[in-house]
Design a protein around this ligand. Structure first.
Ligand code: ZN
Length: 298
């Protein structure tokens, strides 16, 4: 077994579904007359799993990073994420706007685009941002794929992005739709799933005011914001809406005292803060480990 799989534990809903399939098979073998009822039960289970996959911010199918950890929220940090690039003509201008504001972000890129524009991937990295996996071809029906095709989309994108010079540790599904196989496949690929707190819908809505309102209404420290540098909707003059929204969003973050980071930066800082907190606790309460350890071993 792949060493990285040791960390995989099916989510409770997935475990329940596996158990139900086994039980239905056993019951059908014991009493074939039950097949109609059992088929109904299995179909209902598939419907429940499908519904869970339609919730981009849900955790029923596996871990889903939809907010930054608590230490980030305490420090007034948010994460900016951009999907579907890299795109010549847009990504470099997004990078310039971020640079001017001193903001960092994560770019969930499409594998074939990373392969077509490796210089853009290197430009993103050189500016201090992270590049993450958003599938090889961004198929609309990704969540309906079987495990083999889904695994191929993830693995090929990882190869394409690594070939362009990045090393993704995070994955986001097209449109945020997932399936019960995804968590297992990500564990096998050494990736973690990253969702969002709020999205601008700037891939389909070209009205900058509406997109900005979706991102800033209720905006709070610890939020993960999702925009598009690739396939951004455009206004009648052909201007990608992300280029209209981003300067206003960055101004809004500054006015509220919020600092934009990439996801790996935020997660690393949160880990450091947690380790520091643990060290401080050990100093304040020395000897507790010695008391706790023997009890834990019993
Ligand atoms: Zn996308």
């Amino acid at each position: 077994m792949n060493a990285r799989l040791r960390g995989y534990r099916p989510a409770p809903l997935v475990r329940a579904s596996l158990w139900l399939h086994g039980a239905a098979l056993a019951a059908a073998a014991a009493d074939p007359a039950l097949w109609r009822f059992l088929l109904g039960v299995v179909l209902a289970d598939h419907l429940a799993m499908g519904a869970a996959g339609l919730m981009p911010r849900g955790t029923a199918l596996g871990p889903n990073l939809t907010n930054l950890p608590e230490p980030c929220a305490r420090r007034g940090e948010v994460a900016l994420t951009f999907d579907d690039g890299p795109e010549p003509g847009v990504t470099p201008r997004v990078l310039a706007l971020l640079d001017r504001a001193g903001a960092r972000a994560s770019f969930f890129v499409i594998g074939v685009r990373a392969r077509a524009h490796p210089a853009l991937v290197r430009e993103i990295l050189a500016a201090g941002h992270s590049v993450e996996n958003h599938t090889e071809t961004h198929p609309a029906l990704f969540a309906a794929y079987g495990p083999r095709a889904m695994g191929r989309e993830i693995a090929r994108a990882q190869e394409s992005i690594i070939a362009a010079g990045a090393s993704p540790g995070l994955f986001r599904a097209p449109v945020g739709l997932r399936s019960p196989f995804l968590d297992f496949l990500l564990a096998r690929a050494g990736l973690s799933y990253a969702g969002w707190t709020r999205r601008g819908r700037d891939g389909i809505d070209a009205d900058p005011a509406r997109v900005l309102a979706r991102l800033t209404r209720g905006l709070a420290s610890g939020d993960i914001l999702m925009l598009h540098d690739g396939r951004s909707a455009a206004d009648p003059a052909g201007r990608p809406v992300v280029l209209e929204v981003l300067p206003r969003l960055l101004d809004c973050l500054a006015a509220r005292g919020l600092r934009a980071l990439s996801l790996p930066m935020a997660l690393a800082a949160a880990e450091q803060a947690a380790a520091h907190h643990a060290r401080e606790q050990a100093q304040v309460h020395p000897g507790e480990e010695q008391i706790v350890a023997p009890v834990a071993e019993v």
